[in-house]
Design a protein around this ligand. Structure first.
Ligand code: CA
Length: 626
């Protein structure tokens, strides 16, 4: 055992390592500042009257060596420990309310041991992959977001990867399915998407990192350490540096392929309340409570965090900045964003460059304990410019609400025409700008598209389901907003009717890449439309505007027909036939190119002006006039 009391030294000596005392504000993210000669530990402990650092040689078990911390200012406590502490683990313990609280890694642990039970002291310099300082963000372009889970995307043997279910799989450049078709990064390039949204990839609690051989699955919406990558996606969760380096390698490889990376962040609740760092270091502070003192549960997971409190807000702002600076992440998807307050979301927006995408779910699982007008709900999006929200409007109009199994527009139900038109125009009733609308029909939640369509149309043939699928995504990819595709929809994935597969086995969640051959016609349709979208950005909202104009044209019942006028005078016509009969629509007056017809996309067929054009049942027509 080392003589710790002797190795603790005056903070004055450490001024070169940590400027918390001198600076206007201590930073939560400076929790553990390593130097080979000494490491400085800093933690915010609220009203605590005593705080101690506990150092260990092991990530679990073993005996703690306790070091008393000193108050610095504003509730921050600090201590410096002499000598090279690299490879050691730590927790904090606070004394408040007349008792010692249970120890926990700091709320801003940046490295952890296995299962995230203790934070780790590491040298971050050693976690950078080769040429990391040359890593650059790909151009923002015309964003098309693709949401994937590491296991869904790569765990099926047909994915052909060497690192199934791991961060490293997204570094493999040229993987193939047994049919010889591109998978992995090559598949993403072929599809043409621009932003990859990864399901929770910070350290979460539901997968035991000690028993990874059991192959358990979870979406990961159970945050444990917000500022550390998840161990189960690393090749060695026992080595705290490995998950950090491999996450960076993933970002670097995606950037080299021209793809941006969006983190799914879940600041709205914690997996445990009394068992996690936020709940232990400063009990009660970080959560909202009901008048009777019990926890408010707007997340449906047992608690909700209190972003309106100064230190929770600072925590969130510092956290997103940290992922951008340390890991070069390019955007954030906020889980249950409606639990957070408007001021915090605006602070987050202001702390990030304009081309870092920020959007989220503009709702909560149940009413949060803060007035609705203060919350980052979809209805309040105009007060949060530059932040987007998922459009349940376009989802429900196209495929139906998750709260019933009724068919909607894409499945031939005529009732949804007006709702769909409003969404196609950019949902101006709740967006300040159409760019704030995230257009999607499916995501990890609820049924995947094939299952949803099959549920709402019992007895429909596979051919009909494929038509509906194409029709729905044509609307998504031509609407005014940011299109969002759930991984595997392009190869007609099924989850076997499992609506809430958050912990279902790989057999339910894995994408079978044989589908890419079987449904190659569908894949080519998606890919052609995505490429058309990214190659013709002028028809859709961009960061700098101006927003194009949308005009709805006369069309028979069950058909949506609109024209997009770009600022340069070019025009795009889109007809969506949500009826089960062929319909004529009026053709443009002068010559045009046919981009989509008869279930085929990416065409360039000549069309002469005047007359009418036939749109087949449950199919789309897209015409371009340059
Ligand atoms: Ca974990």
């Amino acid at each position: 055992m080392r003589a710790f009391l002797a190795s603790v030294f005056s903070l004055m000596i450490l001024s070169c390592l940590n400027s918390c005392r001198e600076s206007a504000q201590c930073r939560l993210s400076d929790e553990c500042v390593y130097n080979p000669d000494a490491t400085v530990f800093t933690v915010w402990a609220g009203e605590a009257s005593d705080v101690e650092l506990r150092l260990y040689d092991e990530p679990l078990g073993g005996e703690a060596e306790t070091v008393k911390m000193r108050p610095v200012k504003d509730g921050f406590w600090q201590v410096g420990v002499r000598g090279d502490q690299q490879g050691r683990f730590y927790t904090f313990r606070t004394f408040s309310g007349g008792r010692w609280n249970l120890e926990a890694p700091g709320i801003f642990a940046r490295a952890v041991g296995i299962n995230g039970e203790r934070a780790a002291v590491i040298d971050f310099e050693k976690t950078n992959p080769e040429a990391w300082d040359e890593d650059v963000r790909p151009p923002f372009g015309a964003p098309v977001v693709y949401e994937l889970h590491h296991r869904d995307f790569y765990i099926h043997p047909s994915s052909g990867v060497a690192h199934p279910g791991k961060f490293l799989a997204l570094t493999e450049p040229a993987t193939l399915s047994p049919d010889g078709l591109a998978t992995g990064i090559s598949h993403l390039k072929e599809l043409g998407v621009t932003h990859i949204q990864i399901l929770p990839s910070f350290d979460y609690g539901s997968i035991d990192e000690l028993t990874l051989d059991q192959g358990r699955y979870n979406w990961g919406y159970d945050p444990k350490n917000y500022n550390v990558p998840e161990g189960s996606y690393s090749s060695d969760p026992a080595d705290p540096a490995v998950r950090i380096k491999e996450f960076k390698q993933m970002v670097q490889a995606l950037h080299r392929a021209g793809l941006r990376v969006i983190m799914d962040v879940v600041y709205n609740h914690t997996y445990e309340t009394e068992g996690c760092a936020l709940g232990r270091i400063v009990p009660d502070y970080f959560y909202r409570h009901l008048p009777d003192g019990t926890l408010s549960n707007g997340s449906g997971c047992g608690n909700e965090t209190a972003s309106e409190k100064e230190m929770m807000r600072r925590f969130m702002v510092e956290s997103v900045r940290y992922w951008v600076d340390e890991y070069h992440v390019d955007g954030f998807r906020f889980d249950l964003m409606g639990i957070h307050d408007i001021e915090t979301m605006n602070a987050i927006r202001a702390a990030l460059p304009d081309d870092i995408l920020v959007y989220g779910e503009g709702w909560a699982a149940s009413a949060p304990a803060l007035p609705f007008g203060q919350l980052a709900m979809k209805a309040n999006m105009a007060a949060i410019p530059g932040v987007g929200a998922f459009s349940d409007d376009i989802r429900d109009a196209l495929v139906g609400s998750p709260f019933n199994s009724d068919p909607a527009f894409a499945a031939g139900a005529p009732l949804f025409k007006e709702r769909l038109e409003a969404a196609i125009e950019g949902s101006r009733s709740w967006t300040g700008r159409p760019l704030q609308q995230i257009c999607y029909v499916t995501c990890h939640d609820n049924y995947c598209l094939r299952d949803r369509l099959a549920l709402s149309c019992p007895g429909a043939s596979e051919e009909e389901l494929l038509k509906m699928d194409k029709l729905a995504q044509t609307a998504i990819l031509t609407a005014q907003g940011i299109p969002f595709i759930f991984a595997g929809e392009e190869v007609f994935r099924t989850k076997g009717g499992d609506e809430n597969s958050y912990r279902s086995p790989d057999s339910v969640n894995a994408i079978d890449w044989h589908n890419k051959k079987v449904y190659n016609d569908l894949f080519r349709y998606y890919s052609a439309l995505v490429h058309f979208r990214t190659e013709h950005p002028r028809f859709w909202p961009s960061l700098d505007g101006p927003d194009p104009e949308v005009t709805f044209l006369d069309a028979p019942e069950g058909v949506v027909y609109f024209r997009i006028d770009a600022a340069d005078g070019s025009r795009l016509w889109v007809a969506l036939n949500g009826s089960r009969r062929p319909v004529p629509v009026k053709a443009p007056e002068s010559s045009f190119s046919i981009i989509v017809t008869d279930g085929l996309a990416g065409l360039d067929l000549p069309g002469t002006g005047g007359g009418t054009i036939r749109v087949e049942p449950l199919e789309a027509l897209v015409l371009l006039q340059k």
